[in-house]
Write a protein that binds this ligand. Structure first.
Ligand SMILES: OCN(O)CCCc1ccccc1
Ligand code: NI
Length: 187
């Protein structure tokens, strides 16, 4: 089971590597890894388990954060509405690829954090508001989906990890809260 000790922190060179494409058909090892990554996200969002296991809550995780330089990410975005417990996005994605994106940019009003970064780094992380994404799912089936707003932000954060990019690389050093006209701030 994945816990915080398995997550590498900034300074580890793996976080700055471009990860390798996963070989298809998916190996049992890569399928099991995806399952463990998703299990970590579920546990990290369960107050009892997160407390027991000392987990930081996360809505996404990328294999390079486990010192595994493979293009695998897991995302699990809860709906945040107790009436409707269905997550708005839950998937293990192999070889995810952004096929196209909106001209419109967006950022989270509260900025971003990262399980591999044990410090606050304030500032807007400007990303694409909408993306069209392809990936291979855990059954080996090629998927093509469109995401927007928070879900699109999360997936871009994870795909950045596959390319050795950290969220703070996007923050304007001169003025962390500088915003060009038209950037959507998602609260
Ligand atoms: O890479 C996953 N991770 O470090 C957990 C945090 C994920 C995340 C946090 C804020 C905005 C988008 C994504
Ligand atoms: Ni991260």
């Amino acid at each position: 089971m994945i816990t915080m000790k398995d997550i590498i922190r900034e300074g580890n060179p793996t976080l700055r590597e471009v990860a390798e494409e996963v070989v298809l058909p998916l190996s049992d090892e890569d399928i099991k890894l995806g399952e463990e990554m998703m299990e970590f996200l579920h546990n990290s969002q369960d107050p009892v388990k997160a407390e027991e296991l000392g987990l930081r809550g996360g809505v996404g995780l990328a294999a390079p954060q486990l010192d595994i330089s493979k293009r695998i990410i897991a995302v699990h975005v809860p709906s945040g509405d107790l009436e409707n417990p269905e997550p708005t996005l839950s998937a293990v994605m192999y070889n995810p690829k952004i096929l196209s994106h909106s001209v419109q940019d967006a950022c989270l009003g509260e900025g971003e954090g990262c399980l591999s970064v044990d410090r606050e780094v304030p500032g807007y992380v400007v990303r694409h508001n909408k993306i069209t994404l392809s990936y291979v799912d855990a059954s080996g089936v090629k998927q093509k989906i469109r995401l927007k707003n928070y879900e699109a932000i999360v997936v871009q954060h994870e795909i950045d990890h596959l390319n050795g990019v950290m969220f703070y690389d996007h923050i304007n050093q001169e003025n962390p809260y500088a915003l060009k006209d038209g950037v959507l701030v998602i609260e």
